[in-house]
Design a protein around this ligand. Structure first.
Ligand SMILES: O=C(CO)COP(=O)(O)O
Length: 252
């Protein structure tokens, strides 16, 4: 039985006081880590404070991106060792907003997955098709290529720990959710791609989240699908109450 992972991706939202208030309001209320992994993906400047404030609780903290290099002349970037050094445990990689607006490629995502494991960070690797790709029936092909590229060269053990987030771009922030059947169909395909590329066991073990307009009203139906093991949530993760409802759904 795979454990659900519910991650709130705050994106570029909240000021420090609001971020702290959020974790104060949720950290003692999230279900046990044994029943669901509850994660907030916060902007870089808040990570040390949030890691400190959530120590010893079941709420975990993720970064939303990182560089793949260890250190050097990369003005404005944050390295994997900086994240692990301050106690961050997960990192979102290859979000479609970074692919679209910040020149993230399959190749850099792959370098970042390797760098994450080298620094004990669990990667949440985002994949997903555009509306045009869906309408021209390229979804499976596009997602397959992204998954294979992201995982290339990882060991079976590393793939077992990887979290893949399937986020159809047309469903992000639009209020348009993929139907639970549409979402599951792609997640099933991703699982098969991992099984074929790595091993049957890795295909079984890898956790696959759905993301795109997930909210308390639709999360149960999405999580009830055979191959969906959680959600990566933007808008509906910004309020403590809504986030708590989502993690409680993940613990069922
Ligand atoms: O991009 C997303 C999470 O990473 C999804 O965002 P929304 O939940 O706001 O659609």
């Amino acid at each position: 039985m795979r454990k659900n992972v519910i991650a709130g991706n705050w994106k570029m939202n909240k000021l420090l006081g609001e971020a702290v208030q959020f974790v104060e309001d949720t950290k003692a209320k999230v279900p046990s880590h044994d029943s669901v992994e509850s994660i907030v993906c916060a902007p870089f400047p808040y990570l040390p404070t949030l890691v400190e404030k959530t120590k010893g609780t079941d709420l975990k903290v993720a970064a939303q991106n990182m560089h793949f290099e260890e250190s050097g002349a990369f003005t404005g970037e944050v390295s994997p060792s900086m994240l692990s050094d301050i106690g961050v445990t997960y990192v979102v990689l290859g979000h479609s907003e970074r692919r679209e607006m910040f020149a993230e490629t399959d190749e850099t995502v792959n370098k970042k997955t390797h760098a994450a494991f080298a620094h004990n960070l669990i990667p949440i690797v985002c994949v997903g098709e555009t509306l045009e790709e869906r309408e021209t029936e390229k979804t499976m092909e596009v997602v397959e290529a992204q998954v294979k590229a992201a995982l290339a060269g990882l060991s079976e053990e590393q793939v077992n720990q990887t979290i893949i987030a399937y986020e159809p771009i047309w469903a992000i922030g639009t209020g348009k959710t993929a139907t639970s059947e549409q979402a599951n169909e792609v997640c099933t395909h991703i699982r098969k791609v991992v099984a074929d590329a790595v091993s049957a066991d890795a295909g079984e073990a890898v956790r696959i989240q759905y993301g795109g307009s997930v909210k308390p009203a639709n999360v149960d139906e999405l999580l009830a699908q055979s191959d969906i093991d959680g959600a990566l949530v933007g808008g509906a993760s910004l309020e403590a109450d809504s986030f708590l409802q989502l993690v409680e759904a993940g613990a069922k």
